[in-house]
Design a protein around this ligand. Structure first.
Ligand code: ADP
Ligand code: ZN
Ligand code: ZN
Length: 773
């Protein structure tokens, strides 16, 4: 439905905004496929694919309107008063509505009240699309006979000529210590030309030592031979244990692709990994490497985007949205750590999985897709692994996505480089530690390992699962827990170094407040936060191992730009003995001196009520363990847990991938969970719980299979409240459609029909192939 107040003058063709002539048919086909598969309007998919800001959104902002009587706030409700106060303090005189809504409970009502009184007004700020950055360049022309020049002018011209005849204006000014006036005079005499050129903000321009291709091991060599022979759409699984040299294989496989004039996309799960991997690629390929992820500024992303369109052979390294990199001539797509959940977009629509989109993209671009992993996902395993044909099983083997059949290859790197051993894994039963009288959060074995680090000068990594320890604030006397006023979650404690301000924050809606000294319920002074997982562990370390130098690596300490790189470089330069952190340090990290890996509490990984919990725990723990012993010194790993017999823990200890995966596959098959069967999750939310419940009950009714087909058709599970039943004052219910392998996966009723049954106060979202139920 086109907006009615559209100004035809303001409408621009997409081609005018991006680059005319782009969006070849195969790229459109990709976007259309994403839109159809994930039940998302095409425009939403285009917005996902394009760099942010290009099709920018107007922003609603609120400002004071002027004539507010003195002391007026006395007559306001608390929400309205708070809005007035905030606006009064604002430097720019206004705030975005999104910000106010986060800061003020019941902000909507407060705003309504104030606008009725005419004390505030809201207005739309037009979008600010990114622009190219222009800079003045000076080009040497020469001196026509008869032109007079002072000595100084001659000098400047000579510098320019000697430096290749072309410099940025600012550069030339710096070198010659001269004003732009002098250079303009030269221009007016026809000796130089000054023109504006675009400067690309495509990130890091540091010089690096060049790195030569390594002599490959036999396994690497044989993988590379297969890869080099591939032409057209092929699907490859590179299954290599941690430290087996997968990255080296990607590097050497991509080199001939660039030589052929084509480009490659390399996807990594998280930004935290990008600096190290990018460094390795840059050391090999220099300026041909382009980085693309959400940590870049809008301008940088805009420039990277246009650089990709230029079509010269290049490598784009990025997180999931880089699968939409507009490379006209694509020669290969690599997905490293393909099992990682960060490849799936949770919100907003399209809730795409980069692996699924990568298959389509590779098919449309007719190029190979290479999935790399030490612990392939069950979905990938079922599709790519070589197994004996099994007719009873094969009918269950449905393709995840509807791609056309393509040659599939399984390449294996079963050993670490130079025959290095995988670290032995010791599982410590924390119940026994407690019985032995050890009250510390570190088991005796881990303590011994930490002591050894100090003695030997080797390095270690301590992993804390994000959800394992919470950082909530609670009362020791009455048990009261501080919760977000808008969501059914506890607030967590944050200590930001920059502002030195302590805040309690809601991770779901962004609400924050300052901490209280006393329990609001019983007024007890024993009202404390327990510290975030990493914070608590670093404190315990400081007490028990004062000589150990520790770097904390988590979302709090890596918030600033480049913090990942800085902290990892400091660690690699041995400025610390121990790296303590969460999820983000599990993957890809390649620091040879690390010999000890400790997992403080594996249990947080196991207790999720989710059919994928065991698989995820196995993958995460295998990755963490794999950080140890990658250099010359032998490594070891200690996993602390209260569930030492859990199959996932047992499998990590024995380092037996295939046995674990076979057992998991059987469970999934019996229950028709992916990869044997597929899921669509319907999420409904709204401010009024009764309306939400009514709506979802009606949808559940509409989505039931036709009478008489119940036995073999899809199942409707639910409705049930979402795991977090309220966020930003919106109640959330959900419905799961489970399709057995023999049923085509799509909504049994058209989406439009479902939407038409939702009152306008209720939001409906569709998640195809959901990862979090
Ligand atoms: P993976 O990606 O499988 O975890 P990497 O590619 O990071 O493994 O390799 C592990 C380490 O071994 C890296 O430090 C890498 O430089 C080194 N390496 C890889 N291949 C070789 C090789 N053929 N010869 C020597 N060193 C290698
Ligand atoms: Zn209390
Ligand atoms: Zn909240």
């Amino acid at each position: 439905r086109p907006p009615q107040d559209l100004d035809p003058e303001a409408v621009k063709a997409v081609e005018d905004v991006v680059v005319s002539g782009f969006f070849p048919a195969s790229y459109w086909a990709l976007l259309e496929r994403v839109a159809a598969y994930y039940y998302t309007p095409l425009i939403q998919v285009i917005k996902t694919a394009l760099p942010p800001g290009l099709l920018g959104k107007s922003q609603r902002r609120i400002r004071l309107s002027g004539d507010i009587p003195k002391g007026a706030e006395v007559f306001c409700t608390p929400a309205a008063r708070q809005i007035l106060e905030l606006l009064g303090e604002s430097k720019t005189g206004d705030y975005s509505w999104i910000y106010l809504r986060r800061q003020v409970p019941n902000a909507t009502r407060g705003l309504h009240e104030l606008s009725k009184k005419g004390w505030v007004e809201s207005y739309l700020e037009p979008p600010k699309p990114p622009r190219a950055k222009l800079q003045k360049a000076v080009t040497f022309v020469g001196v026509e006979p008869g032109v007079e020049l002072t000595d100084r002018q001659h000098e400047v011209l000579e510098v320019l000529r000697r430096r290749g005849g072309e410099l940025w204006l600012t550069e030339l000014q710096q070198i010659c210590h001269t004003s732009s006036g002098l250079i303009q005079t030269l221009e007016s005499k026809g000796c130089v030309e000054i023109d504006e050129r675009e400067v690309l903000r495509t990130g890091d321009r540091r010089r690096r030592e060049r790195d030569r291709p390594k002599d490959l091991t036999n396994y690497q060599e044989s993988a590379l031979t297969t890869l080099n022979d591939l032409r057209g759409f092929n699907r490859v699984l590179l299954h290599g244990v941690t430290g087996s040299g997968k990255t080296e294989v990607y590097l050497q496989a991509i080199a001939p692709i660039l030589d052929r004039g084509a480009s490659a996309i390399v996807l990594v799960p998280e930004i935290g990994l990008t600096p190290q991997l990018c460094d390795r690629f840059r050391a090999r390929f220099g300026d041909k490497v382009l980085v693309y992820h959400s940590g870049l500024s809008d301008g940088e992303r805009y420039d990277s985007w246009r650089q990709m369109l230029a079509g010269s052979p290049q490598i784009v390294i990025g997180t999931r949205s880089a699968i939409f990199a507009p490379l006209p001539k694509l020669g290969a797509i690599v997905l490293d750590e393909e099992y990682d959940d960060s490849y799936k977009q949770d919100r907003p629509s399209p809730t795409y999985h980069a692996r699924t989109v990568a298959e389509w993209r590779a098919e449309l671009a007719d190029c190979p897709l290479i999935l790399g992993s030490a612990t392939p996902s069950l979905e990938t395993w079922v599709d790519y692994a070589p197994t004996e044909p099994d007719p009873t099983r094969d009918r269950y083997r449905r393709r995840q996505a509807t791609v056309s059949p393509a040659p599939t290859h399984y390449l294996s790197l079963p050993e670490r480089i130079h025959g290095r051993a995988l670290p032995p894994v010791e599982v410590v039963d924390m119940r026994q530690e407690f019985r032995k009288g050890n009250k510390s959060i570190f088991s005796e074995s881990l303590q011994a390992g930490l002591n050894q680090l100090v003695e030997t000068g080797q390095q270690g990594i301590l992993f804390i699962h994000r959800r394992g320890h919470s950082s909530f604030v609670s009362c020791r006397s009455c048990g009261y827990v501080m919760e977000c006023p808008h969501c059914d979650v506890s607030l967590s404690y944050h200590h930001t170094h920059e502002a030195a301000a302590e805040r309690l924050r809601c991770h779901y809606c962004g609400y924050s407040q300052s901490p209280l000294d006393r329990c609001p319920d019983c007024h007890s002074p024993y009202f404390k936060h327990f510290g975030s997982g990493t914070q608590r562990v670093t404190q315990a370390l400081a007490k028990q191992f004062p000589e150990l130098r520790v770097i904390r690596f988590d979302s709090d300490t890596t918030r600033t730009k480049d913090a990942h790189r800085i902290l990892l470089t400091r660690f690699a330069n041995k400025e610390a003995d121990l790296l303590v952190g969460t999820q983000m340090l599990t993957k890809g990290l390649d620091i040879p001196q690390v010999t000890l890996v400790g997992v403080v509490a594996a249990d947080g990984l196991l207790n999720l009520c989710d059919y994928r919990a065991a698989e995820r725990a196995f993958q995460t723990l295998t990755q963490v363990v794999g950080r140890a012993g990658r250099g010359g010194d032998r490594g070891r790993a200690v996993i602390q847990t209260y569930n030492p017999d859990h199959p996932a823990i047992e499998a990590v200890r024995r380092q037996q991938y295939e046995q674990f995966i076979q057992a998991e596959l059987e469970t999934r098959e019996a229950l028709h969970y992916p990869p044997y069967g597929r899921l669509i999750l319907l999420k409904v939310s709204g401010m009024d719980e009764a309306t939400v419940c009514e709506t979802i009950a009606e949808l559940a009714h509409m989505l039931q299979p036709e009478p008489g087909w119940e036995d073999i058709a899809h199942e409707v599970l639910g409705p049930s409240p979402a795991p977090i039943a309220r966020v930003s004052n919106r109640y959330r219910w959900q419905l799961l459609l489970k399709f057995p392998p023999w049923v085509p996966v799509h909504l049994p009723r058209p989406l439009e029909e479902l939407r038409s049954r939702c009152p306008h106060t209720v939001r409906l979202a569709i998640d195809v192939d959901p990862l979090n139920l």
